[in-house]
Write a protein that binds this ligand. Structure first.
Ligand code: SAH
Length: 340
């Protein structure tokens, strides 16, 4: 049986039409699910008895289980249990501009980035669309507030689960449902080039972030295996093409790792690499984990790196850190739970 939160409005319309009902009922059901937030079909009053019965036979309305919540200043981390007993995480952050949620897109991850906790566990499976939609719905319910921004930067490589992630965006963006504006949605990839090209043609104006983390192939090869398949000479032209097609500014994420990619020379190389692109660089202080040997660059050095970019007219920010105390970074809570 399919979960009802898997369906985009268009798919729901097709379902109603294919079952001899009227298209507009799909919009009604969509509103029942995402605006009135019903838990089962019996609460729906304006759909025929027969059709309700059919829906109850064809779809489950099951939610995920929240098995752990940890809290720190302006941040809450949720551990969800899926139907097959797997665990995923989502992180809620309160900003002055609203509430954002960082969602996971896979159980485990195959990208193998050396500094990343999530990648220590190989991909078990992709998340279904409903498992991403429900991360948002359930957190909204738990806090009694609306989520205004969503980033797909949790566990997993979203471009390795492209179709489900795009359907997820379509659902949460739909004006008859959660209606989160596309410009408030961001997907982050380690650089799966064919999918970047496909994403450039995706109809919604969702933002793109690239986990760059290195200014040249030599360093990038050492810390991100994906770079062997899609080195910078393939990645950068794909991003330029993306910009040409979408006119949307790109974000580069750059984790500063002590002694690995944080020298002044690296900063200058980075300037050269992105020169002339409409982008901004988000410098990320590395969140150290017990299991991985990389160390965080100290603040003085981070500021030096920042200044070099700034002086060279690159738009650059240093990421505000949330939840260091509660293992909110990247796969750490799940690791703890499963003691991996
Ligand atoms: N697979 C996608 C999205 C998930 S990772 C991607 O690679 O973009 C989200 C971001 O967190 C990535 O930029 C990732 O490199 C970064 N990250 C991973 N581990 C981290 C850590 N310990 N500290 C800080 N950032 C980390």
């Amino acid at each position: 049986m399919k979960n009802i939160y898997n369906l985009s409005l268009t798919e729901m319309e097709e379902y109603f039409i294919n079952n001899g009902s009227k298209k507009f009922h799909a919009k009604q059901l969509f509103e029942w699910l995402y605006v009135k937030r019903i838990d089962n079909i019996t609460s729906v009053t304006n759909i025929s008895k027969d059709m309700s019965k059919k829906i109850a036979e064809d779809f489950s309305f099951d939610k995920l289980k929240i098995v752990d919540v940890q809290e720190d200043v302006d941040v809450k981390k949720y551990l969800f249990e899926l139907e097959d007993g797997e665990h995923i995480e989502a992180v809620l952050m309160n900003h002055d501009f609203g509430n954002s949620v960082c969602v996971s897109s896979q159980v485990g991850c195959n990208m193998g980035c050396k500094f990343c906790e999530s990648g220590r566990r190989k991909k078990v499976r992709n998340l279904e669309t409903y498992e991403m939609v429900l991360q948002i719905l359930m957190i909204e319910k738990e806090i009694g507030k609306r989520i205004s921004h969503v980033v797909v930067m949790g566990i997993g490589e979203p471009f390795d689960n492209y179709d489900n992630v795009m359907r997820f965006f379509t659902i949460i963006n739909n004006p008859f449902g959660l209606a989160i504006g596309a410009r408030h949605l961001t997907v982050s990839t380690c650089g799966v080039v064919p999918k970047i090209k496909e994403f450039a043609r995706f109809p919604l104006q969702v933002n793109l972030a690239i986990s760059l983390h290195a200014p040249n192939n030599e360093i990038r090869n050492k810390i991100m295996p994906i770079n062997k398949a899609y080195p910078l000479e393939k990645l950068m032209p794909a991003l330029k093409e993306y910009y040409k097609l979408t006119n949307r500014r790109l974000t580069f994420e750059y984790i500063l790792l002590d002694g690995v990619n944080d020298s002044e020379e690296n900063a200058l190389e980075l300037v050269k690499l992105v020169k002339g692109m409409n982008c901004y660089i988000n410098l990320i202080p590395y969140n150290e984990t017990n299991n991985i040997e990389f160390k965080r660059t100290n603040t003085v050095k981070i500021m030096k790196f920042y200044d070099i970019l700034k002086k060279n007219n690159i738009i650059v920010t240093i990421r505000r850190e949330f939840g260091g105390k509660i293992s909110a970074a990247c796969g750490q809570l799940r690791s703890k739970k499963e003691e991996l």
